[in-house]
Ligand binder design. Structure first.
Ligand code: SF4
Length: 561
């Protein structure tokens, strides 16, 4: 099997030291990206770690495919314990960081401990330096990127940065890279904030070569030539379609379609798109740099999920208002899905849907934890009782679109996901809309034959997150091509994907997660039977736990703690 190469670099913020360790054996079994990060996190973070404490660790990792020249590989992964879900979680971002990260020569960079003062950590192929940056306290993501470029000549493609959201430990703060690309889900920006790390830069020329077979050129050529709607309007291509089949959450999940969808849909976004946008090496170029000529507002996106959270779910029908919310989240470093849904929860409690001035004010208040923003910064799971609204989360994570009340298999996938309500964990929805060939499609209703498919998709997505491959490669990466790219049997890859899911599950079981957490806040026909089938197929216990003895240890504190 191809795998990422290079030692693990461990950065200890408390002692301001760094050391490297050869982990070749681990790399041979765990590919890279999410698989590598999950294995390291499982074995090196104490099971009872406080997500916002010094003992939590973050693992940044790329995969072998970052050594290709192929489309769909401009991504990388970070893993740690989430302050939003309280479970082990990997988050994935596009942009241009992944190849600059490989230049450091490390397979993974581990961030542990806690700094006494706000710092930027500079990771290069020659070592690690710590720069105190008290003047950057509460600086926005864009201001911080400007500082790094001015002072160090490093563009934002070399950086991960947090905004005020991360510094103020908003539970859904993102880690931003390439300015506007987000490791969005699960609040790992708050973990960096708790560790007093404003930014990390990655730079160097010590790439370890990994030979990638010629099929990469075929895939790249097809991606370049494809006449695909995502090239025009990215993920927002989904909006009108999801609205039509009643899978577009609206008015804080009280409705499944939105009368103002046209004003925030794919056509509205395409009208505002003013140039091509992409990630490193990707000819598919699905990103959405948008500009409103009248106000001069520029942002990247909004993506479909942002259109849902700050559009239909907040009762907003003008794309420019959604663009503004998107831009604020990027500047402050907040996950647009969780931020938008949480704002929508507040709008529901105050009967203020569509009040765009209030929405934009709330985003700022959340980032700085001012007034009611301090409450909302905790996320819906922790504050829904105070607001008097229903708890629209799974494992504490706010929902994306692709509503499981209509797409029942996606509903099951939201429930089983170790990450909580995240559509990219299994990505079942294309099979139910359907956006796949008829013979692969499923009826929207019910769970018949769906649990094994949920498992297969969870496993293959774990491999894509480890490769690291963008999920939008769906139409281009067949099982045979994946085998060829990674020089491994497809079934063996699925088995490794399953191992990653089980490692996450095992870690979370030690923190108290079980079947009672695998739920959704609505009825799905035959749900309990589907869940039982899922556990059986996974080889887990009927209570949603991984059988004793499959993984070692009840506590996993590493030797240096
Ligand atoms: S398909 Fe889109 S998101 Fe994926 S790597 Fe290419 S440009 Fe980035």
């Amino acid at each position: 099997m191809k795998h990422v190469r290079g030692p693990l670099c461990t950065v200890d913020l408390g002692g301001q030291t760094a050391e490297t360790a050869e982990i070749d054996e681990l790399l041979e079994s765990f590919l890279g990206g999410r698989a590598l990060g999950t294995k390291l996190a499982h074995d090196r973070i104490p099971f009872d770690a406080d997500p916002l404490g010094a003992e939590n660790r973050l693992f940044f990792a790329t995969g072998p495919l970052q050594h290709s020249t192929m489309s769909f590989t401009g991504r990388m992964s970070v893993t740690g314990v989430s302050p939003l879900t309280d479970g082990l979680l990997s988050s994935n971002a596009g942009g241009f960081l992944s190849r600059n990260f490989t230049g450091t020569g490390y397979s993974a960079v581990e961030i542990t401990g806690e700094s006494d003062e706000l710092v930027i950590v500079h990771v290069t192929d020659e070592g690690v330096e710590f720069e105190p940056v008290p003047d950057l306290e509460e600086a926005t993501v864009f201001e911080t990127c400007e500082y790094i470029e001015d002072e160090h000549g490093l563009k934002s493609e070399h950086t991960v940065v947090i905004g005020p959201g991360g510094e103020n430990q908003v539970r859904f703060a993102s880690i931003m890279t390439s300015k506007e690309r987000a490791f969005g889900r699960g609040g790992l920006g708050a973990v960096l904030g708790a560790k007093n790390v404003k930014a990390i830069t990655f730079d160097g020329d010590s790439t370890h070569e990994v030979e990638i077979p010629p099929v990469q050129m075929e895939i790249h050529g097809e991606a370049a030539k494809a006449d695909h709607p995502m090239k025009r309007s990215g993920t927002t291509t989904m909006t009108e379609f999801a609205n039509m089949v009643e899978a577009l959450p609206s008015y804080y999940f009280s409705e499944l379609s939105f009368e103002g969808a046209e004003g925030i849909g794919g056509d509205a976004v395409a009208e505002k798109k003013y140039k091509k946008g992409t990630c490193s090496a990707c000819a598919f170029a699905c990103k959405l740099p948008t500009r409103d000529e009248e106000s001069g507002l520029e942002t990247e996106g909004p993506e479909y999920e942002t259109v849902m959270a700050f559009g239909s779910n907040s009762g907003v029908d003008d794309i420019v208002d959604v663009m503004k919310s998107n831009k604020l989240c990027d500047e402050y470093g907040l996950d647009t899905i969780s931020a938008g849904d949480t704002v929508a929860a507040y709008l529901a409690s105050e009967d203020e849907f569509g009040n765009v001035d209030l929405i934009h004010d709330l985003v700022e208040k959340i980032a700085y934890r001012e007034g009611v923003g301090d409450t909302l910064a905790e996320g819906i799971d922790r504050v829904h009782d105070d607001l008097g609204v229903e708890n629209w989360t799974v494992k504490g994570m706010e929902f994306p679109a692709h509503d499981g009340r209509t797409l029942n298999g996606q509903g099951l996938a939201f429930a089983t996901s170790n990450r909580g309500a995240d559509h990219m964990y299994a990505e079942f929805y294309p099979y139910e809309y359907p956006l796949v060939d008829a013979e692969d499609a499923f009826d929207k209703e019910g769970l018949e034959n769906k649990p094994p498919k949920v498992i297969e998709l969870e496993n293959v997505n774990a491999i894509k997150d480890s490769g690291v491959l963008c999920k939008f490669s769906r139409d281009f990466i067949t099982p045979e091509r994946l085998e060829s790219l990674l020089d491994a049997d497809y079934d063996d890859l699925l088995e490794l994907g399953g191992e990653v899911v089980s490692l996450e599950r095992h870690f979370n079981n030690q923190r108290g997660f079980d079947r009672s957490d695998d739920t959704v806040p609505y009825e799905i026909p035959e749900f309990e039977r589907g869940l039982a089938e899922y556990y059986e197929e996974r080889g887990w216990n009927d209570d949603g736990t991984v059988p004793d003895g499959r993984f070692s240890g009840d506590t996993a504190a590493p030797a240096d703690d």
